[in-house]
Write a protein that binds this ligand. Structure first.
Ligand code: KG4
Ligand code: ZN
Length: 340
């Protein structure tokens, strides 16, 4: 299929895979024309985690207004939109279905191409939205609530998985430790803030698999924090949060750096919700500077779930593969398309 896809192609992106309802307009795969995100964090906070049914319902309530706002804020008429891109996975099936149904309905009604987007691939593209000059090969450290991956981005659409977690995701570890310390939800920002007042060297928590390959393991660290707290009830939360955070960041940065050396990367790019972590940002930049490569940290709003990255990825996919079939369904366990 030969879809016209050039610098003036305007893509509407839609994202509903988890707990953010988002819509954005992006032109030419890199110019963000509008970017609207409605977060459900407050809705789920009372439950200490995302409740799938609550998420789907909330997406249903706000998706249409969010899309309308993205179009109004973009200052364009809807007839100007050339394609509709939407996350089809991975994510919560009920949540995904809301966005996928809306995107297909709009594509059909407007007689424009529908483009199915992989949410993880979109996280890889988020950085290039803010710095289109990034040069391949890049190493992307993707750290979210559900994933922890080191990916080599050789070119557009060409990815190699260098390493991943064998148990908990980094964000999951932050969330579980924060819940255990009763610091609130979501755990990452709570630990980040609490850690500011603590000593990162106060407790030597384990750095699992630090010198073994490029995979990660965080579930032992979480258990180790719990055991430590039970044995030392008088040690303050700040020192525990700071030491835990240091242990996670130490391993993440060490492995990202090793991965970059291994593939001869021009730089390391951060992505995913945990990329908002202040210590991770600081340590990664320091490591890249020491190694003479570029360290690129997208803004916090571009690291967390948004639809601008979906629209940008949709533009690249439309250019390389053409429109997706309207028979494409929501796929909760969708994998990143990898080179063999
Ligand atoms: O990418 P994301 O918004 O959602 C998905 O998981 O897809 O990532 C959410 C995760 C949560 O685990 C949250 O605790 C973590 O990112 N997070 C952070 C910070 N901000 C968000 N973790 C550490 N430090 C932060 N400042
Ligand atoms: Zn995400």
């Amino acid at each position: 299929m030969n879809a016209v896809c050039d610098e003036s192609t305007l893509v509407l992106g839609i994202e509903t895979s988890c707990d953010e309802t988002a819509a954005a307009l992006v032109m030419g795969g890199h110019d963000v024309v509008s970017n609207v995100v409605s977060t459900q964090i407050d809705l789920h906070a009372a439950f200490g985690g995302v409740v799938p049914e609550v998420a789907s319902r909330a997406h249903l309530d706000v998706l249409n207004p969010v899309i309308a706002r993205a179009i109004v804020e973009g200052g364009v008429d809807e007839s100007r939109i050339d394609a509709v891109a939407c996350t089809v996975g991975p994510g919560l099936v009920g949540a995904l279905l809301v966005g996928v149904s809306a995107a297909k309905a709009l594509a059909l009604a407007w007689d424009k191409p529908f483009v199915a987007v992989n949410h993880m691939e979109a996280h890889l593209y988020a950085a290039s939205l803010e710095d289109p000059t990034l040069e391949f090969p890049l190493v992307v450290l993707l750290v979210s609530g559900g994933h922890t991956m080191l990916v080599e981005m050789r070119d557009h659409g060409q990815y190699r998985l260098l390493g991943q977690t064998i148990d908990d995701a980094a964000g999951e570890a932050f969330d579980k430790v924060a819940r255990f310390l009763e610091l609130g939800y979501p755990g990452g920002p709570a630990i980040d803030e609490t850690a500011l007042l603590g000593d990162p060297d106060a407790i030597a928590f384990p750095r699992a698999m630090k010198d073994e390959g490029l995979d990660f393991s965080f579930s032992g660290l979480k258990t180790s924090v719990m055991n430590y707290v039970r044995k030392h009830p008088d040690v303050g939360d700040a020192d525990i949060a700071a030491s835990f955070q240091m242990a996670v960041v130490d391993v993440l940065v060490h492995k990202a750096r090793r991965a970059a050396k291994q593939v001869g990367a021009t730089g390391i790019v951060l992505g995913g919700g945990v990329a908002a972590n202040s210590l991770l940002r600081e340590e990664l930049l320091g490591a890249c500077e020491a190694d003479g490569i570029q360290g690129f940290l997208p803004s916090r709003s571009m690291c967390t779930d948004n639809a601008a990255m979906i629209a940008a990825t949709g533009w690249h996919r439309l250019r390389s593969d053409g429109p997706s079939s309207l028979a494409t369904g929501a796929t909760p366990n969708l994998r990143l398309p990898l080179l063999d």
